[in-house]
Design a protein around this ligand. Sequence first.
Ligand code: AP5
Ligand code: MG
Ligand code: ZN
Length: 222
Amino acid sequence: MKTFIFFFGPPASGKGTQIELLMKKASFKIISIGKLLREERKKRSEIANLIKLHLDKGELVPDEIVELIIDKELKKIGANEKIIFDGFPRNQNQLTLLDNRLKKISSKDDKIYAIYVRIDSQEIKRRLGGRRSCECGSTYHIEFNAPKKTGVCDSCEKKLFTRADDNSRVISERIKIFQTEFGPIMSYWKKKNILIEINGEQDIKVVSADIENELRDLKIIK
Ligand code: AP5
Ligand code: MG
Ligand code: ZN
């Protein structure tokens, strides 16, 4: 039996932070499209240049590229794995892609859920201005989730950096895109009766406890 969990929510809702905390409770395979795209953009290739162009503007990367990434990752999934998707699907085309792929790779008794972490636009701006990221995937905030040593990752001791798309112009674009694409995706999860809504504006630990309680009820974690 496989488990699929889709983390969905606006920029800075805490998807990455919460997924990192969840990893301490159980072993999940994480498919974070944003992270995979940021890794891909570092390469010297035509695709890397195209990805950079979109990431730097805060726009969605073309669906064809996302499809290639998704298919590559889905091939690696084992029989009884628990998989978390961070930031997929993000538009109608990707919803259709997901539906097609799930038909092929999932079976009747698999668990499929979407976790929507809700926060408003004001809170997004407040959070992204202070976010600091690490190559290893850890995420911090200078005020709300500070590392033990300023500018250094607690887990791997590498130097923290500010993401290129965490500047006010690009943040506004990312919020706008989320608001445009949000409706159909929410309706889809609701219609399938698999939507779990979480109040993301609480303290990190409270949000985490809410998510854990939901997943415990569904027997996804112990
Ligand atoms: P992606 O990397 O997915 O970015 P995003 O969706 O904008 O979300 P973020 O990673 O910014 O926020 P988060 O929800 O993970 O919050 P975090 O935990 O870091 O995508 C980036 C780009 O890639 C997109 O713009 C697009 O170009 C492209 N892309 C990605 N997926 C794609 C797809 N499917 N198709 C096409 N293109 C795609 O937390 C944020 C900050 O807040 C941190 O500093 C954290 O410490 C702090 N914080 C977290 N929770 C709390 C809390 N409860 N209270 C106070 N502070 C908190
Ligand atoms: Mg993230
Ligand atoms: Zn690190």
